[in-house]
Design a protein around this ligand. Structure first.
Ligand code: SOE
Length: 387
């Protein structure tokens, strides 16, 4: 394994992003922004990688990359590339990430970690081997870096809610509500692994574990596909993944959670909602209003108790010191900028960033248990760790 570039070396860290569609654009935007707002180690936006030469060259010029390339393997051979940020679809994560780690590159990979447990386990093994050589790896559950959700975790850790009893997490979208919306790689099991489950329940489950700093031990789940065929380029194609998923979860610390996700919830655009209920307080959040966290302090006299809106825009709030003067709101894309800030600081400080590949695997294990439970008619099943 090659040695990673560390702070001791004088030149800026060289960055490659693989993938230039939605997530490649979101990550590129964060790479373009992060050093304007946070004190991070110097880096250069070297190369954007994609399959179609012309399209990736156009995207690279637009998103601030010095060059573009079509062969990710040759990019991994380059000595001037230190960080590989993988925004390619899930079926490519394991192959690219394990090769990049073996080449001594620090790796950030979009969620979900991979499409299967076997691939996720291989990625964890690669990350562990690389870690001992100082190579860092992280999975991109960007919503951990929404300031309001980071604040929610702090309040829970400080005991402001008492003992957590119950969490409701839902992630509702409607971009597949129209049965005539066309087939994409996200609707084929062999390319996407699963549907709403892997794509957005992964975020909701990660939030439950992140907010409570706890682990899901048992699940009962159900998956459903409402539209089983969609128009493809050569006629109708079978949809082989779920449109929606539901699960109840038990956590090691004694809390219970419900998760429901959908990509056909007409009218819900990108609604990641979280409600946390403890013995002495409650919190609610909706990503469609990302600067707001609602907090109820159950220790106040009952006649003045009520949910209070915290506008999470003060420099005292997580990440906000990097942005505008107090009171100025930020948006969805900032979570990716914060994610890069934390990843780059971990590289500079020689620490392991979170969520690690192990944490990503933990989410995959919960997803796999929900899928197995659904296949078994909703049976309650344990979350099974690696072999
Ligand atoms: C599509 O459902 C999607 O782009 C997810 O893949 C992302 O993780 C989420 O942030 C927004 O919705």
């Amino acid at each position: 394994m090659n040695s990673p570039q560390t702070l001791a070396s004088a030149r800026p860290l060289g960055v490659a992003v693989i993938g230039y569609a939605f997530m490649g654009q979101a990550h590129s935007n964060a790479w373009r922004t992060v050093a304007n707002h946070f004190d991070v180690p110097a880096f250069e936006q070297k190369v954007l990688v994609g399959r179609h030469a012309e399209a990736v060259a156009t995207a690279a010029a637009k998103y601030g990359w010095s060059e573009s390339a079509t062969d990710w393997r040759s990019v991994l051979e380059r000595d001037d590339i230190d960080i590989v940020d993988i925004c390619a679809p899930g079926w490519l994560h394991a192959e690219i990430a394990t090769a990049a780690l073996a080449a001594g590159k620090h790796v950030l990979v979009e969620k979900p970690l991979a499409n299967s447990l076997a691939e996720s386990e291989a990625m964890v093994r690669a990350a562990q081997a690389a870690r001992s050589a100082g190579v860092r790896s992280m999975v991109g559950f960007n919503y951990r870096r929404v300031p309001a959700l980071a604040l929610a975790r702090q309040l829970i850790a400080e005991g402001r809610l008492g003992t957590i009893r119950q969490v409701r997490a839902s992630y509702l979208q409607d971009w597949l509500a129209d049965p005539d919306s066309p087939m994409t790689w996200r609707l084929r099991k062999e390319t996407a692994g699963s549907g709403a489950l892997g794509d957005i329940a992964s975020h909701a489950i990660d939030q439950v574990q992140f907010l409570l700093d706890d682990t899901v031990t048992e699940v009962s789940g159900r998956l459903h596909t409402f539209t089983s065929e969609r128009p493809g380029p050569d006629g109708p194609e079978a949809v082989t993944v779920d449109d929606a998923a539901w699960a109840t979860l038990s956590l090691a610390g004694g809390a219970v959670a419900s998760v429901d996700v959908s990509r056909v919830a007409l009218g819900q655009k990108n609604a990641l909602r979280v409600e946390v209920y403890g013995t002495s307080g409650s919190l609610t959040f909706n990503l469609e209003n990302p600067n707001e966290l609602f907090f109820l302090d159950g220790t106040e006299p009952i006649e003045v108790q009520g949910f209070r809106r915290i506008l999470v825009t003060e420099p005292e709030h997580p990440y906000m010191v990097g942005w505008w003067p107090q009171g100025h709101v930020i948006g969805w894309e900032h979570s990716f900028t914060h994610q890069l800030r934390d990843f780059l600081l971990a590289i500079r400080n020689g620490t392991d960033p979170s969520p690690s590949f192990e944490e990503g695997l933990g989410v995959q294990q919960v997803l796999a248990a929900i899928e197995a439970s659904s296949a078994a008619g909703g049976a309650t099943l344990p979350v099974v760790g690696p072999g």
